[in-house]
Design a protein around this ligand. Sequence first.
Ligand code: SF4
Length: 295
Amino acid sequence: MRVGLVDIDGHNYPNLALMKLSAHFKATGHEVKLATPDNIKDFDCGFASKVFSFTLMPELPDWVEVGGSGINLKVALPDEVEHLCPDYDLYDLDYSLGFLTRGCIRNCGWCIVPEKEGPIQVHADITDFAKHRDVVLMDNNVLAHDHGIRQLEKIAGLGLRVDFNQGLDARLIDDATARLLAKVKWLTPIRLACDSQAMMPYIQKAVNLLRWYNATPRAYFVYVLVKDIPEAMERVRFLKGLNVDPFAQPYRDFRTNIEPTKEQKAFARWVNHKAIFKSVLWEDYRSQYIHMSKI
Ligand code: SF4
């Protein structure tokens, strides 16, 4: 049987669910390929996945099974497929991808994770899916579970290079955790999140501890959620003062899917374009945009 897999969000980010479906069908002797909405009719069966709510839904034959958090937060892969090692060849990846834990101990109002994944729980062992030296981990709060801590010790022992691309929870970085994180090899600078001003003291403490224990590279990367711009600016100035790298993300409510404003997008562009951020003040950048009628 020829199985077609449609990545509705495009191919900028590899789709983990499709890679697991690919592993499942290849293991049972089927031919599997990435397909498009245009050529899926040439396959015998098809699956499509949409992670983001803001990507457009294409027309697909009604026999194509569609899933993903951009469609329905509660639809999941069958357990036996969910825990397969992904087929990295589907996207020609030279790194591995997965989760050690799912869920989170917190309940931030802007976040999809509590509704989608629930409380934190064990998901997998790193050796279940790490087939390369470099591994991207998408855990939402790995430090909040003993299993996550044990897996970090294992990762350090195996000499893998990792990126926790959703960021680590600075509130959970104490002396022992910082020492452990310093033993890990990092694919990118350690990522933290400073989504409200209440996080600032925790970020300061975590950065001090990580630097004290020489967790390198030392210019950590910090996500900054942008709703109210003057409030976000306070956090960005604080982070610049700490000599870490802020990365602004304009707020998009996953329930209403309302687009961020042009000003929020311009602010994020200013923060994230490092050459501009270092040389141009926001006030000047903003007035240039107003002058060009872009806000
Ligand atoms: S800590 Fe992070 S993952 Fe957990 S609910 Fe808050 S934003 Fe979501």
